[in-house]
Each structure stands twice: as C-alpha cells, then as structure tokens.
Design a protein around this ligand. Structure first.
Ligand code: PMP
Length: 432
C-alpha cells in the first residue's frame, strides 16, 4: 500500500540520511498553486515553495504548457553541440532585466551551486586574482566551492573538508544580533591588513538578504560601501540572488532595492518555477574573460527549463507579482506584529517584499535563541495543515515562503494557523 508510513520506511532504506528533509512524513502526491496533497489525502498550505522556487505556485498552467510544448519539440540537444533560440532569448531577457546600465551577458547552468562555482571561475579569469571574500551565515551551495563560501559549519561543512583555498569570511551585518555595518566593513579592512592583500582578492560575494542564514537583509548604505570598496581595490562584486530573485523581494531582483550594480549576479531557484535552471548574469567584458570552452555543462540551459523561464518572466510582469510580493510581505508582517504584542518570544519580524521571517527568542532577548520552540512551531503548524521552513544560523527563524500567487483566503488561513501554533508552543514551553 502506498502511504506516508510505508514510503517513509522505503525512503529510509533506499536514500541516505545525509539528505535532510523538513517534513519527512509528508510524501507529496499532487499540488496546485499554494496547496499540496500528500499520499494519505491530507491537504497542506505550502509556505515553503520547494525552498523559494515555485514563486508562481505549483503547476502554473502557462508554465506547464510552455514546458510541454518545448519537450515535444526537443528536450535536449546540448547548447554546446547545437544551440537553440530559447537559450538566447532568455539570456537577452535577463541581460535587459539585470540591475545596472552596463551591457550584460548570461550563461546558464542547472543549480544554484553551479552558478556560484562559475561566477567564481569567471571572476578569477577576469581579475587573475584567486581570493574571494564571503560572509558568515551566508549560504552558497553544497559543492566544494559552494561549501567553502558558505558561512555555516553545521550541517553544511562538517566532515567534508578540506575546501578550496583563498576563501575568507567576515561577519555579515546583522544589527539585531549586534553586528553593525561598520563592524562588517572594519572586519574587511582588518582582513586586508591581517590575512590577504586586497590585490589578491578577485571578488566579494554576498546575498542581498541572507537566506538559509536567517532572512537578514543588507542595507542600501552597506551595499554602496561594498561597491565603492570593490571599486577602489579592483575587486568584483558578486551578488547571489539565487534565493532572492524573480519578484519575491518586491522587485525583480533584491539588488534593485539597494541602488548598486553587481559585476556578476547568480540566479536559480524560481527562475523557471521548478524546472532546474540557474544562470550567471554579468557585465559583458567580465563574462567574456574565460577562454572559449572554459565554461559549460551538459545540461546547462535545458531547453525545457528555458521555455518555462520565458513564460515565468511574462507572468511576473503581466500579473504584477513584484507588487503582490510586497503586499504579501506586509500582510504577514502586520499579523506577526499583532501577535508579537502578546508574545515576547517573537524577537524580530523582518520583511523585504515577501522575503519575510520571524526570529524566535526567549523573553525578547536577541542573545537567547529558541530553536526548540521554532522546531515545535513547524511541527504544530504541520499538524494543522501548513508547511513551514526553519532557518537561521541559530536555527530559530521561520521563513515564510508562500507562492506569490497564493489566494488571499489561503494566506489568511495560513496566518491563522501560525497564530494558533505560536499560542500552542507558548503553552508547551510553560508546561516544560
Ligand atoms: N545560493 C543561495 C543564496 C541559496 O539560497 C542556495 C540554495 N539554498 C544556493 C546558492 C545553492 O542552490 P542549489 O541548492 O540550487 O545548488
């Protein structure tokens, strides 16, 4: 019989434990927009979107139709063997959409980590410098370079080293945790004095809003300070928009909130609403630095994924999903603010567009994270039919990732479930 319990047993026997799963007892059977039904017939509201991927909801009819049409024409020929128009057309669209006025070029891959790997390759080829500075709490993927750049040891790096050399970490500005922008900038200056000459640094890499790290946004002044620091030392600024791109921040790319132009930008996740696709978009002369044949991959820029992505871009524009993201983020943050009036465990509420989160602490103290309550909240919400995701360097952040197309009634139903689950977990804590 196919049910969650038997599938879970088969999964545990057939798939290694190293692959973590947020909701291991919920085997998806079908999904539509913001709802997922499991194999036991239970229905869940999806506040995970496959980790910020299905911004347009599950099985969006237009995206599905675009993918089917392309699959019927051809699903793979490899751009390195015989090129095709969907790849070029999507590159043109991203070149136009990318922040800043410089002429751009785009190359496609399949995963976010692969985009990050290649952004570093391109930066090294363009500058001839090996060093890359990244930030504590940042997440950039699970490949060797992705892990090296990631600023969180457990569970991402532990036991998997050694990692590529010439990677340096500095503190990410998180005012809520007592790290100011000036602290971060001073740490880079100190790094230049203590560890690496800036002339050996090819790139500074960061997320405009740390994703896995806890949904901490940078400020415009910090981005501008980094931009001018990069310019004065001939260092490239790489912005990792893998989790923040494609309307979720209230703009097409979160970088647009900060008024700077990156030299290179990585995108993935929601670009094709669930079809595996990633890209590096960057200033044309930098993108052209690697020699012919130096970049590529068999599946990079799959025609099916490119066709899906072209329809994603049309839908974002036509349905004004940037504005909808801002509306969703405000609706969530407003409700959380009301709940926080009577719940001092909600230590912080953050939202940049729909990139919204709450941080759970003990007695309102930012220095005392409450990961146990955060896990209990995820479990309580799941019991009530809502799928949430935990994140944060300290494991005490709930990030809210509904599709941007979620129906208003479902959004409100989900917020009600969060309110009930927060109340339940306060009660549990008092009993304990
Ligand atoms: N960069 C960021 C900012 C991410 O959030 C992620 C995935 N969570 C990655 C890179 C890696 O993407 P992927 O899992 O597709 O390799």
């Amino acid at each position: 019989m196919t049910n969650n319990e038997t599938l879970k047993r088969r999964r545990d026997a057939a798939v290694p434990r190293g692959l973590g799963t947020s909701h291991p007892g919920v085997f998806a059977e079908r999904a539509k927009n913001a709802e997922i039904w499991d194999v036991d017939g239970r229905r869940f509201i999806d506040f995970a979107s496959g980790i910020a991927v299905t911004n347009l909801g599950h099985a969006h009819p237009e995206v599905v139709a675009a993918a089917i049409q392309q699959a019927q024409q051809f699903s793979h020929v490899c751009f390195q063997v015989t090129p095709y128009e969907a790849y070029v057309a999507l590159a043109e669209r991203l070149n136009d959409l990318a922040p800043g006025m410089s002429q751009k070029k785009t190359i496609f891959f399949s995963t976010g980590a692969e985009a990050v790997e290649n952004a570093v390759k391109i930066a090294r080829a363009a500058t001839g410098r090996p060093g890359v500075i990244a930030f504590s709490g940042g997440f950039h993927g699970r490949t060797m370079m992705g892990m090296a750049l990631t600023g969180k040891v457990v569970p991402y790096k532990i036991g998997f080293g050694p990692f590529p050399a010439d990677i340096y970490h500095v503190p990410f500005p998180t005012p809520y945790l007592g790290v100011s922008e000036d602290d971060s900038l001073a740490a880079i200056e100190m790094l230049f004095r203590a560890d690496v000459d800036p002339s050996r640094v090819g790139a500074i890499l960061l997320e405009p809003v740390q994703g896995e790290g806890g949904f901490y946004p940078v400020s415009a002044s910090f981005m501008r300070a980094l931009r001018s620091m990069c310019d004065s030392h001939g260092i490239l600024l790489i912005i990792d928009e893998v989790q923040t791109g494609f309307a979720r921040s209230g703009r097409m790319f979160a970088t647009e909130h900060f008024g700077v132009e990156p030299d290179l930008m990585t995108v993935a996740k929601s670009i094709a609403n669930g079809f595996p696709l990633s890209a590096v978009v960057g200033k044309a002369e930098i993108m052209d630095a690697p020699h012919p044949g130096g970049l590529g991959g068999t599946f990079g820029g799959s025609p099916v994924a490119c066709a899906a992505a072209l329809s994603v871009l049309d839908i974002i524009e036509r349905e004004s999903l940037c504005a909808r993201a801002s509306w969703i983020g405000e609706r969530i943050a407003d409700r959380m603010a009301v709940l926080a009036l009577h719940d001092n465990g909600i230590g912080d509420i953050r939202a940049l567009g729909a990139i919204s989160a709450i941080e759970l602490v003990m007695d309102g103290d930012p220095g005392r994270p409450d990961p146990a309550r955060t896990s209990a909240l995820v479990a309580a919400a799941r019991e009530r039919g809502l799928l949430l995701l935990q994140c944060g360097v300290r494991g005490n952040v709930i990030r809210f990732l509904p599709p941007l197309t979620i129906e208003e009634a479902l959004l409100d139903e989900a917020l009600e479930i969060i309110a009930e689950s927060l109340a339940e977990t306060v009660a549990v804590k008092t009993l304990a």
